[in-house]
Design a protein around this ligand. Structure first.
Ligand code: HEC
Ligand code: HEC
Ligand code: HEC
Ligand code: HEC
Length: 253
């Protein structure tokens, strides 16, 4: 009986989103399935693997989740403080670090989508229906990434209440919303211990705080854009009611 219950529990969990996210739903026709058979407009001409566009088991870039691409060396424009509202406290790293840097190895538009470090034992450029994504090196006017988020920042933000309507959730939300940046590309990191010891890596906002590259809840209608919560549209209305935003932002009393 107990074994039957356990089995049923596993079956139920398997079909709940959290459990079945595992490797994500990349085999579904979402936009990060770049295989030739995906049916997406942006895809490989003949390569049928899926993971290879981002990962490789060998010859990967060090200090990354087995990343199969070189990282961009583009120069970026970021929102330096004070932001356009004059209330922004954080100064984002420029260039961004951590997982954001991984996204930008395709999304800043400077590196060909098919350019990989290892396919069949050597670097190559997989032939694609579209060579590059549109150029996106001006990150100002986009949500800050590569900023640290800790209680000290939340306290400073709360002190702005009166000027701002939203402060920061304190204590900061756990992963996956705040990533301990897995990989250190910060060229300004001069402290060898600080750069190599994962315990000293910053907990912060990255592209991956809002997006999960492996999982798009609604890949067919594309209302969800790999978002961890919420749907497109609520952001542009700037009502801050989106559950995603409210993971980190909370209304001032
Ligand atoms: C479009 C790029 C992309 C593709 C395609 C992709 N990944 Fe990832 N993967 C990422 C990024 C970005 C990270 C680091 C951030 C994260 O963990 O979400 C990552 C991290 C990982 C990790 C380590 C951390 C974790 O979340 O477990 C594993 C394992 C992984 N991917 C497996 C896979 C597998 C298996 C596939 C193919 C089915 C795949 N990935 C396809 C972008 C991709
Ligand atoms: C291997 C290259 C590659 C990497 C790495 C990559 N992407 Fe993408 N991404 C794409 C392509 C290609 C598309 C589809 C573009 C199109 O259809 O015009 C896309 C589309 C998207 C979309 C739009 C989805 C939709 O339905 O409109 C989002 C959001 C996105 N990526 C976020 C990310 C984030 C965040 C990361 C890092 C965690 C990342 N991507 C890493 C190649 C990549
Ligand atoms: C604070 C949350 C947040 C962060 C951080 C964030 N995004 Fe997004 N992103 C969104 C939301 C919400 C949307 C859907 C609304 C929209 O399309 O503008 C979106 C949309 C997108 C799209 C689709 C745009 C389109 O016009 O179809 C891409 C591509 C994308 N993000 C990539 C990234 C990359 C790359 C990073 C890191 C440099 C990043 N995002 C950081 C919340 C975020
Ligand atoms: C993972 C946590 C997190 C998420 C999710 C998040 N934010 Fe933020 N956001 C921050 C942090 C941290 C700051 C930096 C605040 C500062 O430095 O003043 C910030 C800054 C901002 C700012 C600038 C504040 C200022 O005073 O200049 C705006 C506006 C903003 N976020 C809107 C949004 C919206 C809209 C969403 C949902 C699409 C969102 N955020 C999602 C953490 C997050």
């Amino acid at each position: 009986m107990i074994r039957l219950c356990l089995l049923m529990l596993i079956i139920i969990l398997w079909f709940t989103p959290v459990f079945s996210q595992g490797p994500g739903n990349l085999t579904a026709p979402n936009r990060h399935n770049l295989s030739a058979t995906s049916g997406n407009p942006v895809r490989a001409v003949s390569e049928t693997q899926i993971c290879v566009f981002c990962h490789t088991p060998h010859r990967a870039l060090t200090q990354t989740p087995l990343w199969n691409k070189s990282l961009s060396t583009a120069q970026y424009t970021v929102s330096v403080k004070p932001g356009s509202t004059g209330t922004q406290l954080s100064s984002p790293l420029n260039p961004p670090d951590g997982d954001s840097k991984l996204c930008l190895s395709c999304h800043d538009g400077t590196i060909p989508l098919g350019s990989v470090l290892n396919l069949g034992g050597q670097p190559t450029t997989i032939s694609m229906t579209q060579q590059n994504l549109p150029l996106w090196t001006d990150l100002s006017g986009h949500h800050l990434v590569s900023i640290e988020y800790n209680s000290a920042l939340a306290t400073d933000k709360a002190n702005q209440c009166g000027t701002v309507q939203y402060k920061l959730v304190d204590p900061p939300p756990p992963t996956p919303y705040l990533q301990r940046t897995r990989n250190i590309y910060d060229p300004n990191c001069t402290d060898p211990a600080g750069c190599s010891d994962p315990d000293n890596w910053h907990m912060g906002v990255q592209c991956t705080s809002c997006h999960d590259a492996h999982y798009d809840p609604d890949p067919v209608n594309r209302t969800t854009a790999f978002l961890r919560q919420g749907v497109r549209g609520s952001w542009t209305s700037r009502t801050y009611t989106d559950p995603l935003c409210l993971t980190c932002h909370i209304q001032c009393p």
